[in-house]
Design a protein around this ligand. Structure first.
Ligand code: NAD
Length: 260
């Protein structure tokens, strides 16, 4: 299927590893030119080299923290026009809400709610003026089914999801701009491995056995891959998904137990 994206420009945030990288790779394969960001220049350049080897769209890099005004300005400046915006950043740490003060909350809100909103604010009107735009917000399955220890994530990402539910049904909708959430369940990325191994070690469990048990608890009996995540992201960005907006698409191998 031709996704109809050849020659478009995408800003893919937090994309040197994991899900962001999976999205960038899928878009580059479709001939999309991408600007990828991450805090560490070394991993970012290594990823850019991998993406360039795909021989698809052009790949530009911007090293910086996307949760800061300077990081966002640099990322936007490197992209001639943003036809596609993939919002992503690191997730907040687990913990007990009794230990979180306002600063901890604002850090989570900045990363997982206000940064995507700032980037949409900077891009969606120009997308609408050109008659085409796609925003995919990488959030979490925790938006549908909260995860106890991830209260910061549950809260900040639900705030973003609620805001987007309104924006995705506003005047930009009739002008070719869609905004959707892509909700990862458990994907085999650095973050998942590090978080799970640390949790297992803290609980006195064998990390490998804990990872295996977690996989077995998923109906698909495995973690998802960044490639699978990227492929769905690219489809949501495609011309074929023009009638799909304001949706929250869960990719979790069947882990969420509800009918809807
Ligand atoms: P990852 O650790 O594998 O990759 C994160 C990427 O983001 C890296 O490239 C890192 O350099 C970059 N990054 C982090 N903070 C940044 C910042 N402030 N500015 C710029 N770049 C930044 O993580 P992942 O598993 O791909 O997760 C991506 C997002 O999806 C996270 O918010 C995570 O909480 C969420 N998520 C992941 C899973 C999963 O199973 N992997 C499940 C639910 C939610």
């Amino acid at each position: 299927m031709d996704l109809g994206l050849n020659g478009k420009w995408a800003l893919v945030c937090a994309a040197s590893k994991g899900l962001g990288k999976g999205c960038a790779a899928a878009l580059v394969r479709e001939g999309v030119n991408v600007v990828i960001t991450a805090r560490g220049a070394e991993a970012l350049e290594a990823t850019a080299a991998e993406l360039r080897a795909l021989k698809g769209g052009e790949v530009r890099t911007v090293a910086g923290d996307i949760t800061t005004a300077e990081g966002r300005a640099a990322a936007l400046a490197a992209c001639p026009q943003v036809d596609i915006l993939i919002n992503n950043a690191g997730g907040p740490p687990p913990g007990d809400f009794r230990e979180w003060d306002r600063d901890v909350w604002f850090k989570a809100l900045d990363a997982n709610m206000l940064t995507p909103i700032e980037l949409m604010k900077a891009t969606v009107d120009a997308m609408a003026a050109r008659g085409f735009g796609r925003v995919v917000n990488i959030t979490s399955g925790s938006v549908k089914a909260p995860i106890g220890v991830l209260g910061l994530s549950n809260g900040a990402r639900s705030g973003l999801t609620g805001f987007v539910a309104g924006l995705a049904r506003s005047s930009i909708t009739a002008r070719g701009v869609t905004i959707n959430g892509l909700l990862p369940g458990a994907f085999a990325t650095d973050r998942l491995r590090t978080t799970m191994r640390a949790g297992a070690a803290k609980a006195g469990q064998d990390p490998d056995a804990a990872l295996k048990a977690r996989e077995q608890a998923i109906p698909a009996r495995r973690f998802g891959t960044a490639e699978e995540f990227g492929a769905v992201c690219a489809f949501i960005c495609s011309v074929h998904a023009a009638y799909m907006t304001g949706q929250n698409v869960l990719l979790d191998g069947g882990a969420y137990p509800g009918t809807f």
